[in-house]
Write a protein that binds this ligand. Structure first.
Ligand code: ADP
Ligand code: MG
Length: 261
């Protein structure tokens, strides 16, 4: 048995102080193996995004108390790592995509420039080689006429296309781990299905691991190998999806499954 790619132990994150303190994440522990997809489910406010942001060390400081616990990625402990080193891992090995692509895309930069920067910074690629790779990435994520889109700005694309561009950016560095925080929630169902397929295909091609956050159990069934169920900051149940979906143990998991449309 090889070591997991990501190993989180007793992660806790609090916001506020004194009586106002909220324990957003409460002693969360889970592993993700290479090539595996872990889903994180639970109602709004249960601590899914804060868990994801902790892995990227992107928590809003000093709003959050320093997280406690450990996060090992490829054997390195991230929480204790200095900012300059974590920045390199963030760019080279871990990518994140959010629900709303406009927060990640720079409105003043063309599509070519946004993806080009990732290739330059993390793959040392520029000019003709980068342009060729950008067209390749845009083709992979299903942007029509990718060559003609290089000079477009984010506002000139549809919501679904922006989300695809963001995914192309997240994949440009060929990450070991992709964190996807409700990446399809804002999209209509057909675009949603296309994006899920794209993520699944890419994962198989790159052997990439995924931490996939959603409140949609239907998506979990389609995409995940294992699932963690979160409630009020805690993981109340985790296991392979076949087991959790057919024989849930925790009352909250049972309630979630019973509430499925
Ligand atoms: P989820 O992604 O599961 O909907 P979050 O991880 O975003 O939930 O939030 C978990 C808890 O942490 C919530 O109670 C939320 O209000 C709190 N929280 C998240 N971000 C902040 C912040 N920047 N400042 C204060 N509290 C926060
Ligand atoms: Mg969230």
């Amino acid at each position: 048995m090889t070591d997991p790619l990501l190993s989180i132990r007793d992660l806790s994150v609090a916001f506020g102080a004194g009586k106002r303190e909220v324990l957003a994440v409460d002693r969360v522990s889970f592993d993700i193996a290479k090539g595996e997809t872990m889903a994180l489910v639970g109602e709004s406010g249960s601590g899914k995004s804060v868990t994801a942001l902790s892995v990227m060390k992107l928590l809003p400081y000093p709003a959050a108390h320093h997280p406690s616990g450990t996060i090992h990625f490829q054997g390195q402990e991230l929480l204790a790592m200095p900012e300059n080193e974590i920045r390199k891992i963030r760019g080279d090995d871990i990518s994140i995509i959010f629900q709303e692509p406009m927060t990640s895309l720079n409105p003043l930069h063309t599509i070519e420039k946004q993806i080009g920067e990732v290739l330059l910074l993390h793959r040392g690629m520029s000019g003709q080689a980068a342009r060729k790779r950008i067209v390749e990435l845009l083709t992979q994520v299903g942007i029509p006429d990718p060559q003609g889109r290089l000079g477009s700005y984010p506002h000139q694309l549809s919501g679904g296309q922006r989300q695809r561009v963001m995914i192309a950016m997240a994949l440009a560095n060929e990450p070991e781990l992709l964190i996807a925080d409700e990446p399809t929630t804002a999209l209509d169902v057909t675009v949603q299905a296309q994006i899920l397929k794209l993520l699944k295909d890419t994962q198989q091609r790159l052997g990439m691991s995924m931490l996939f956050i959603t409140h949609d159990l239907g998506i979990v069934r389609k995409i995940a190998d294992r699932v963690c169920v979160m409630q009020r900051g805690k993981i109340v149940e985790q296991g392979p999806i076949e087991r959790v979906f057919t024989a849930p143990e925790h009352p909250y998991t049972k309630a979630l499954l019973a509430a499925e449309p």
